[in-house]
Design a protein around this ligand. Structure first.
Ligand SMILES: [Zn+2]
Length: 242
């Protein structure tokens, strides 16, 4: 308990420093830049976290994120297409889906994609006890660490349900989304593309699931269309890091 209190205290101190630095930087930045940075950071890490540094990116950025994988059939196809295009995305893995698909996870890591946590059993963390929630997260982190040698920092809470006041919140950075493509529901390439196109802006985080053929097709079509228009696809960490 004492350890966790110290952790939350240092977390608040860090946030305080981040906010102070951001306030200073803001004096020299334009209003539009501030707005982009604040909204991107808010989406990814909640209200407390702010994007640091000057936003001098030449191209508008978007992050494709894929939940519920790895999928033995479609994740590999998606990775092939992304590799051809030189694009990196973020995968939020289900611990229970990793078994038997370790090679896919290894490949994601080798090819430079961000690997995050999506719990072990796809549970609603806000309805689980703190102990159960921690186990869901840590078990999945450990599986990923055993395969990649890297401990995940980011997580996508299933259903976007995240309790900020629980102890585990200080150990992982939650990543939400700005565009829900509903790809799992429609399983229709054009529909997914329409939803994404309609809402896309600098700093958008797009939610998809790499377990449908239609999603793979839509994601790659989106990459082609927006790369052509000058957009850059980045992993979610790059939306908040300077
Ligand atoms: Zn999910």
């Amino acid at each position: 308990m004492r350890r966790s209190r110290r952790k939350s205290e240092s977390c608040f101190i860090c946030l305080g420093i981040l906010l102070a630095v951001f306030a200073l930087l803001n004096r020299t930045n334009g209003a539009a830049v501030q707005e982009t940075g604040i909204s991107a950071a808010g989406i990814i890490a909640g209200e407390g976290m702010q994007r640091l540094g000057r936003d001098d990116r030449e191209r508008p950025q978007i992050a494709l994120t894929f939940d519920d994988g790895p999928d033995p059939e479609y994740t590999g196809k998606l990775l092939d297409g992304l590799k051809e295009r030189g694009v990196k995305v973020s995968f939020f893995l289900l611990g229970k889906s990793i078994e038997g698909n370790e090679d896919i996870v290894k490949r994601m890591h080798r090819e430079g994609h961000l690997i995050g946590n999506h719990t072990y059993n796809h549970v609603r963390l806000d309805r689980a006890s703190d102990a159960a929630a921690r186990e869901e997260i840590l078990k999945t982190n450990n599986r990923i660490y055993e395969i990649t040698g890297e401990y995940p920092v980011y997580m996508r809470p299933p259903y976007g349900a995240w309790k900020k006041d629980t102890e585990f919140c200080v150990e992982m950075i939650p990543v939400f989304w700005t565009i829900d493509t509903l790809d799992w529901k429609t399983q229709n390439v054009q529909d997914v593309l329409q939803r994404a196109r309609k809402n896309i802006k600098n700093g958008s985080v797009i939610l998809m699931h790499d377990e449908y053929e239609t999603t793979v097709e839509a994601a790659l079509a989106l990459v082609d269309e927006f790369t052509e228009q000058g957009w850059e696809f980045v992993t979610v960490d790059r939306l908040i890091l300077p």
